[in-house]
Design a protein around this ligand. Structure first.
Ligand code: PLP
Length: 386
């Protein structure tokens, strides 16, 4: 089978695995143990990672909090920021096209009495700074807008939105999980106060991520999600997963080294995939922005096919579908809906995520399978035959 689901998760790079291994069985100390070498060595590795992640996004190492991933980082950023902001206002802004780990946090806050505006995205999935500006009220205290969308790959104008918020002293959080390492992200230039990222989207291990928290800013004073030993400057108690953090460090190092090469190659493969499919399959619609999009992303809707049947037919190529993102929620994708796609188009969509380890042969195999499957399924469609 061919793996083309790199927005969902990526294979851990073998170089990352190699870097992690000694931290399981040789350098296994607790990074919080200050009285012996085992602890010091673990702590040193953690601080090296912290510095690398910080420099990568234009931050200071004291501004990085390690978490279990982006879901936790998003929760900590948004829920953590609100207690200090409550006095100033009760209005929050996000977008309908955000990841569930932001949308559902915001929905909960809405039930708890916060006033939440979900601004619409346009038909390409992009959220404009104008839409944010139009939603602002004197009570707005926090805006959360993702840097790149995980389903359609569309890039948002984070810098414009960041500056808009910065000028008005509104806290700006961005979920940059899909964007970091692929597009330039700099928390200073972009005016970002809180930024979430995750290891397993960048060829690092699952179960580790980070939150950037702007320092020396009276607006940005986070409350932790849980209490305990006071690790991570009190923001994230719990023994640090040193091997995972070392893996994140290595993953970031590789993202930096390989960026230009990965980007050109991945974009080339993605374009080959799109051209190959379009050359053989009529009535295909692109979901996402034609140019302002992640290199590896291709999200297509196929008219006149049943989404579930298409997904079944694609079993040998791992992709995601707009039909059933997760088994617990067999709804058409909320992102495609927010972009104005009808349920049928949303269901009959496939998300391809090209990554570092894909080859031309794999792309060609995927093109063949898509062309054959869609062709066959359409022969069963009365509307197509008509
Ligand atoms: N935010 C976005 C945009 C994502 O794509 C994902 C991945 O599913 C997450 C958040 C959640 O990340 P994690 O799996 O690290 O919790």
């Amino acid at each position: 089978p061919v793996y083309l689901d790199n927005h969902s998760t990526t294979r851990t790079d073998p170089r990352v695995v190699a870097a992690m291994l000694p931290y399981f069985s040789e350098i296994y100390g607790n990074a919080a143990s200050v009285s012996h070498r085992f602890g010091w060595e673990a702590a040193e590795a953690v601080e090296r990672a912290r510095t690398r992640v910080a420099e990568w996004i234009g931050a200071d190492s004291k501004e990085i909090v390690f978490t279990s991933g982006a879901t936790e980082a998003n929760n900590l950023a948004i829920k953590g920021a609100l207690p200090a902001l409550k006095r100033r206002g009760d209005h929050l802004i996000t977008a309908a096209s955000e990841h569930k780990s932001v949308v559902d946090v915001m929905k909960r806050l809405g039930r708890e009495g916060w006033n939440v505006t979900f601004v619409p995205c346009d038909e390409t999935g992009r959220v404009s700074a104008e839409a944010i500006e139009a939603a602002l009220t004197p009570a707005t205290v926090l805006v959360s807008i993702m840097a790149a969308n995980n389903e359609v790959g569309t890039l948002n104008p984070i810098r414009e939105i960041g500056r808009l918020c910065h000028d008005r002293k509104i806290v700006f959080h961005t979920d940059a999980t899909q964007a970091v390492g692929k597009v330039d992200v700099d928390v200073q230039v972009d005016g970002v106060d809180l930024l979430s990222l995750s290891g397993h989207k960048i060829y690092g291990p699952k179960g580790v991520g980070a939150l950037y928290v702007r320092r020396r800013d009276p607006q940005v004073r986070l409350q932790p999600l849980f209490d305990g030993g006071g690790h991570e400057r009190g923001l994230r108690s719990g023994t640090l997963p040193v091997p995972l953090i070392v893996g994140l460090d290595k993953a970031v190092e590789l993202m930096i080294c390989d960026k230009a090469e990965d980007s050109t190659r991945i974009r080339g493969l993605r374009d080959r995939l799109e051209a190959g499919i379009r050359g053989r399959v009529p009535e295909v619609q692109l979901n996402g922005h034609p140019t302002l999009r992640l290199d590896g992303n291709l999200n297509l809707s196929f008219a006149f096919v049943d989404g579930e049947a298409l997904m079944m037919a694609m079993r040998d190529v791992a992709v995601s579908s707009g039909a059933a993102c997760t088994s617990v929620e067999p709804e058409p994708s909320h992102v495609l809906r927010a972009m104005g796609r009808d349920d049928e188009a949303a269901r009959a969509s496939l998300r391809f995520g090209v990554g570092r380890f894909n080859t031309e042969d794999e792309i060609d195999y995927a093109i063949d399978l898509v062309a054959e499957s869609v062709g066959r399924l359409r022969t069963h469609s009365a509307a197509w035959s008509a």
